[in-house]
Design a protein around this ligand. Structure first.
Ligand code: UT7
Length: 331
């Protein structure tokens, strides 16, 4: 049976580093609060002329080079982001244009923090059915332009950062490696637990002075509710990934969770009773980069020599929607 495997990985973050101390200067927060509650020390933010597809393009270029391929070798693009350059079209076609690839399909996936897992799963299905052989899967976000940088918005503003990661998936007939399974979930009853209602069709106008005056264009989050569900769903969906493949927790080489909050990652690690070195974390450097966090973390874990051929790598995410999911990979 045809399967898919990751043959190239790349990431890119904008140059500008914003530390917790920088945020202390613009809102009522503290380095201590941010570190203690989230594990974040700094994040990267774009300049005003940089958009999500610019970051996605840079990460894609690196992933394609890492796979020893050229852009024209790509058959299809799946782009995960909640912070597209425009209301429409989606950012996938913009990444395609920047890569100089003509006419191949580009699909946008809007599943927020779980976006990369959904995108990877869609790409995996296309390869398994034989429809495409090489798919570029991108997760990219510019969060900084949408943050409320006053004290009113501090619960969200201190958590999020900008960045992009990408992988090239390729078809393989090898049965003992590649993407073993993916599991995708959502529960729309919790849509308003972490959401941004503006630039949507539920308001009388997409954009209006009222919406601006009422400050309804900023994202809103019930942080504690998100936290509570995350620490249940992450372990569940990781265990599902293992069980489906007749694996145990002892078989895990590395879990790469979506980087939402180090306290969530730590709670998940404890529930799964995994040693610290088996659960990857780099949130201190980037904050939460939503759909980009898993491919960025994967690229860094590879650079750090933490993933070896044959290792079982489990990707897992939870976020707005609520959405959650996992992917089991034999590297
Ligand atoms: O991918 C999914 C994305 N989202 C998440 O993963 C978020 C999940 N939730 C969380 O990570 C946590 O709930 C937060 C980090 C957002 C907040 O931590 P918490 O321990 O749940 O704090 P809290 O919301 O209960 O707030 C505690 C206090 C409040 O003050 P009072 O009411 O106790 O006086 C907040 O106003 O902390 C205050 N606070 C802040 N203080 C300084 C909230 N944000 C900040 C801030 N700096 N940035």
């Amino acid at each position: 049976m045809r399967k898919s495997r990751i043959v190239g990985v790349g990431h890119y973050v904008p140059e500008r580093v914003v530390t917790n101390l920088d945020l202390e200067k613009i809102m009522d927060t503290s380095d201590e609060w941010i570190r203690e509650r989230s594990g974040i020390v700094e994040r990267h933010w774009v300049d005003e002329n940089t958009s999500t597809s610019d970051l996605g393009f840079e990460a894609s270029k690196r992933a394609i080079e890492n796979a020893n391929l050229v852009p024209d070798d790509i058959d299809f693009i799946v782009m995960a982001t909640l912070s597209s350059d425009y209301y429409f079209p989606g950012a996938g076609v913009l990444v395609q244009e920047k890569l100089g690839i003509r006419e191949i399909g580009a699909l946008d996936v809007r599943n927020q923090c779980t976006g990369f897992i959904y995108a990877l799963s869609v790409a995996d299905q296309f390869i398994r059915t034989g429809m495409y052989n090489r798919i570029l899967v991108v997760g990219a976000e510019v969060q900084s332009k949408g943050l409320n940088l006053s004290t009113e918005g501090r619960d969200i503003a201190v958590l999020f950062g900008d960045g992009a990661g990408a992988v090239v998936l390729e078809g393989t007939d090898e049965q003992d490696r590649g993407i073993l399974s993916t599991h995708l979930h959502s529960d729309g009853r919790y849509a308003k637990m972490l959401w941004d209602e503006c630039m949507g069709s539920s308001t009388p106008k997409l954009i209006s002075q009222d919406l601006i005056d009422e400050r309804r264009f900023f994202a809103k989050m019930h942080g504690r509710e998100v936290f509570k569900h995350a620490v249940i769903r992450f372990p569940q969906v990781i265990d599902t990934a293992l069980k489906t493949n007749n694996l145990t927790r002892a078989d895990v080489g590395l879990v790469i969770p979506h980087q939402a909050n180090d306290r969530i990652t730590e709670a998940v690690r404890q529930r799964l009773q995994l040693p610290k070195e088996k659960v990857y974390s780099n949130i201190r450097k980037y904050g939460n980069t939503t759909a980009a966090s898993i491919p960025i973390a994967m690229d860094e874990a590879l650079e750090e020599g933490l993933i070896h051929n044959g290792d079982i790598v489990i990707l897992a995410a939870f976020g707005s929607g609520f959405t959650w999911g996992s992917a089991a990979i034999r590297w």
